[in-house]
Design a protein around this ligand. Structure first.
Ligand SMILES: Nc1nc2c(ncn2[C@@H]2O[C@H](COP(=O)(O)OP(=O)(O)OP(=O)(O)O)[C@@H](O)[C@H]2O)c(=O)[nH]1
Ligand SMILES: [Mg+2]
Length: 687
């Protein structure tokens, strides 16, 4: 009789994990539906248009007819359990699609046969390669008469390499597919099956000299014997198989299930994920072992919380077996939690399961401490294990938000904080310089869906506007300032007099304060008060109301009075002397300049560069990225990027994306400075 652990090992070998990734509208959600239907997991096949798919179950997804979240599904085929993750194809939702790659052995890059290779397919291919995943190219929509399948296959090989070889081919006008791995007979819509079979077998045997020899001697090797070299080729990226399917007609869906079960790696056949043991610079690489009898290592790659269902943590088990009575620790936390009910998800539905082996993707409910990217374990030595971080795009698209109802600020902060904790590409920040709460995301669409969720799920209304620009003030020449503060009111008076000078510092040097008062003209005990007064100006500004930076202040003389001098008098004198000095020191307003990188179709490059110049920008380089895409890099003032995404959409038919990162601060042109100073005087006058 097999021991319990052998039984679990067999259970693990019968698990496959697959993430559907690739461009928006390539048909991932429809394909998930076709696969679930083919495997018998659902009765009728739903459609994206009618809002009846298992995957797009969120009301906002249904309305938009696009996926916005990574959705988990599972099905059984040929005694094997398949975990399928459908991801959104929109570049605004990389915070959902990228973590899915941490939970699977195989990334299936779905390509819309009528649209060709789109930028998201390139991006996902790169991400999957960087995580050492097995990759499968799925050409969807073979029913579409507009599709040139032979041309597309050639383009796939040009773009992703000659190791992209079909496992099956479209036939009978795209109404079915013919296998070309196990089978070598027949004629497809795009060429003879035999030729495709040979190309595939030759590629696979290349990873093992013994097989090369057999192939050369016998002219073929039985595909049934090629399992080990096939898995090796997938692990090493020596083979990127291609399969054809129509999610709409279902042609190729059964064959795709067979491919998943028979050819794609089980958890023990894939490259182990890159874990790190230790913190910071001392962290060293560590591999989890896909062994159900070892201690547990599981990674939380998604959390969701909503007011109705509560919190759900979704984890991929990498090592050991998690059962409902398991006690698991979260990272370096000291108190374990009891797993309780374990669920496999089918879209919005839950199915309770008794345990999860390596490869399984399961959810636990109502564990409030669980956070995105946590590692769960049951052994003390694993308390400092992390998954190697993913290179998430930095959210730079900002929107200032304010609750419609006064007094709701704290609640807004809490709910937005919760949403940001679920999405690694969403950030919420209180910007002290402008006193605003700013939500940063990957694009307008991203933020719009967050605000819709806020409104529909949390019933919370906010007003939004473009964030204020974080201008700064500084000086460009040395100058002197003086102020005598004298107040005589009935009893004790106030007296303090300060002479100081300001000097410009290099950009980024901040603020320096020096005391060069000789002979006790200002007694030492009052110097901190002078500095305090000076520092008040630092945050409020002297000419346009923005923080003052990169300036050195030297207090060198003053006067005091033995009775009337006090801290408040010197603070006032210091503040006013500093303001006076700044106004004499050729002050300027500085603005943030960002590095921008725009990725867009090549034909738009001319428009993009001239548009950047018209925004006071500087183009520093352009380069071709392959597959008709190009990158434009440059520098541009942040203030010129308000609603840039819509302009970019117009110039690139919605294909363009941009990222920005703060580069440095630079003086604004004199006309802009006049405007900013005018607005400040306006505000001052109002008060
Ligand atoms: N003709 C045809 N249409 C398809 C096929 N697969 C999907 N579609 C249609 O293409 C559109 C987009 O399909 P989805 O399944 O939502 O695409 P997706 O990749 O999930 O898109 P995102 O969720 O935005 O990433 C829908 O209108 C589908 O009905 C197919 O095989 N053939
Ligand atoms: Mg979808």
């Amino acid at each position: 009789m097999p021991s319990r652990s052998n039984g679990l090992a067999a259970e693990m070998e019968a698990v496959r994990t697959l993430a559907l990734v690739g461009a928006s509208a390539s048909g991932k959600t429809s394909l998930a539906e076709a696969l679930l239907h083919e495997a018998g997991a659902i009765g009728a096949r739903g459609s994206v248009e009618r809002g009846t798919t298992v995957s797009d179950h969120d009301p906002i997804e249904k309305r938009m007819q696009h996926s916005l979240n990574a959705t988990l599904m599972h099905m059984a085929h040929g005694g094997t359990r398949i975990h399928l993750i459908d991801t959104p194809g929109g570049a605004d939702f990389l915070g959902q699609s990228l973590p899915a790659l941490e939970a699977v052995e195989t990334a299936a890059i779905v390509i819309n046969a009528a649209a060709g290779i789109e930028p998201m397919a390139l991006r996902m291919m790169d991400y999957a390669a960087s995580r050492h995943l097995a990759r499968l190219v799925v050409v969807n929509r073979i029913d579409d008469p507009a599709a040139d399948l032979a041309g597309l296959l050639a383009q796939i090989q040009d773009t992703f390499g000659r190791e992209c070889l079909p496992l099956n081919l479209p036939a009978s006008g795209g109404t079915r597919v013919i296998d070309c791995f196990f089978n070598r007979e027949g004629e497809s819509d795009i060429g003879a099956v035999d030729a495709a079979h040979r190309a595939l077998v030759e590629q696979v045997v290349e990873v093992d000299a013994a097989f090369v020899e057999r192939y050369l001697n016998d002219g073929d090797v039985d595909a049934a014997e090629l399992h080990a070299p096939l898995e090796q080729a997938l692990r090493e990226g020596h083979l990127i198989p291609v399969c054809f399917v129509s999610a709409r007609s279902g042609a190729g869906a059964a064959e795709m299930l067979d491919i998943i079960v028979k050819l794609l790696p089980d958890p023990s056949e894939a490259n182990p994920p890159d874990f790190l043991l230790g913190e910071g610079e001392d962290a060293r690489p560590m591999h989890a072992k896909p062994d159900p009898s070892m201690h547990v290592l599981a990674h939380v790659f998604k959390v969701t919380s909503d007011p109705y269902v509560g919190k759900l943590g979704i984890m991929r088990v990498h090592q050991g077996t998690v059962a409902s009575d398991s006690q698991l620790y979260i990272g370096d936390g000291r108190k374990p939690f009891k797993v309780g009910h374990l669920f496999m998800l089918q879209g919005k539905d839950h199915v309770e399961v008794p345990r999860a082996v390596p490869g399984d993707i399961v959810a636990v409910a109502k564990v409030e401490e669980l956070q995105f990217d946590d590692v769960l374990h049951d052994a003390a030595e694993d308390s400092h294990v992390h998954l190697a971080p993913l290179a998430f795009p930095v959210p730079v698209h900002g929107l200032a938000v304010e609750p419609k109802r006064h007094g709701d600020e704290q609640r807004a902060w809490e709910i937005l904080g919760k949403l940001a904790a679920e999405d690694p590409c969403l950030r919420i920040e209180h910007v002290a310089a402008t006193n605003e709460t700013v939500l940063y995301g990957l694009g307008e669409l991203h933020l719009r869906t967050v605000l819709e969720r806020l409104r529909e799920v949390y019933r919370f209304e906010v007003q939004t506007r473009p964030p204020r620009i974080a201008y700064r003030e500084t000086v460009t020449a040395p100058a002197e300032g003086h102020h005598r503060h004298k107040k005589q009111t009935g009893g004790a008076g106030q007296f303090g007099e300060v002479f100081l000078r300001v000097e410009p510092l290099s950009r980024g040097d901040g603020f320096q304060f020096a005391d060069e008062v000789r002979g006790g003209a200002i007694p030492g005990q009052f110097i901190p008060a002078v500095e305090k007064g000076v520092r008040e100006v630092l945050s409020c500004g002297a000419i346009a109301g923005y923080p003052v930076v990169d300036v050195r202040v030297v207090v060198y003389d003053g006067k005091h009075h033995s009775v009337d001098s006090k801290d408040i008098a010197f603070a006032t004198a210091g503040r006013k002397a500093f303001m006076a000095a700044i106004r004499e020191a050729r002050p300027v307003v500085l603005e943030p300049i960002v590095q921008i990188e725009i990725v867009a179709p090549e034909h738009a490059v001319g428009d993009l560069t001239s548009d950047l110049s018209s925004r006071r920008g500087l183009v520093t380089g352009t380069s071709a990225l392959g597959a008709g895409a190009a990158a434009v890099r440059g520098q541009v003032p942040m203030a010129e990027l308000a609603s840039y995404q819509s302009r970019l959409n117009a110039m690139t038919s919605g294909q363009g994306r941009y990222t920005i990162a703060l580069s440095h601060y630079e003086a604004v042109p004199p006309n802009v400075q006049q405007v900013l100073m005018g607005q400040y005087r306006g505000r001052e006058d109002d008060q």
